[in-house]
Design a protein around this ligand. Sequence first.
Ligand code: HEM
Length: 317
Amino acid sequence: MAQAPLPQAVAALLTPAAVFLVLSIKPGKEAEKAVRATLANMSALGRTVRFRNLHAEFTCVTGISAPAWKRLFPDLPHPKHLHKLQPIDGPDLAAPCPCVSTPGDLLFHIRADQPYMCMEMAMLIMDELRPHVTTDDETHGFKYFDDRDLLGFVDGTENPEGPAAVETVMVTADEDPNYVNSSYVIVQKYLHNLEKWNSFSVEKQEGIIGRHKLSNVELPDDKKPPYAHNVLNVIEKDGVQINILRDNMPFGFVGDNKLGTYYIAYAKNPATTEEMLHNMFVGRPKGTYDHILDVSTPITGTLFFIPTQDFLDNVQS
Ligand code: HEM
């Protein structure tokens, strides 16, 4: 029996540091060829950095968007669920911001215990790609107290763990026989209005998130408002909860007062995350939009396919 393709380190644990790099490929065949060469070299670049501190939980996951896939691999089957993220308007009256869809061909999600490991990998990637790409976004995330986001709530608690995490993110043969053990990811960079958020009472904030702020204990279901974050983001099919795997990180520039959450969610089918986004921005039912959006505005939004490590290693330039 043929061995299952080796996945990328999608289900790796949340680390104290991360770099999120979103790049667009310049027009032309030369740029496409150079990008394919770098994709094939990602394992080697990763080994170079990882071996210099084997205890740093270093990983790098590479994603490819729908427009980039068509340019880089025109002769290969298109991954079944790979498309451009659709923007979503809020409800007529309520939602203060739309869900955006922004450019980006390549995503590099670099994680490590030490920021210098992430930085080194980002520099090596850019050493190879700089002449051939433009940078859409570069975000350096950090671990805040108790894995809290800058809104002050512990972020990541309900993530699936271990085998459940792997099951959540890996494409199965039933789903797409061409790309078993691949995955999908949606990223969104949110800016917070912390002055507004901190003017809310803790009780109001807890209703918006659906958990107690200090203890991180979930509110009882009958105490959660219909717009609570953990009401709108629970998706069930035939009585079974369908999960995603989130690796959100806080980031910020205090001088410019640009502080936020880099949202990143892996799933074997991005439709789950897209349904959550619809619930958050439109409401379920319509109007019960997520009140996190009263203080948080997405400024990016992109969907990427995550091929297996074996796929990347065998890319021909
Ligand atoms: C400003 C951006 C966001 C912030 C600050 C944020 C924060 C949080 C926090 C504090 C929790 C509770 C603890 C936990 O289980 O992690 C949570 C849960 C969750 N969030 Fe978010 N989130 C954001 C955006 C999103 C988006 C865009 C989605 C989906 C499209 C999402 C999906 C989820 C899910 C699925 C849960 C777990 C719900 C449960 O099973 O209880 N989040 N988030």
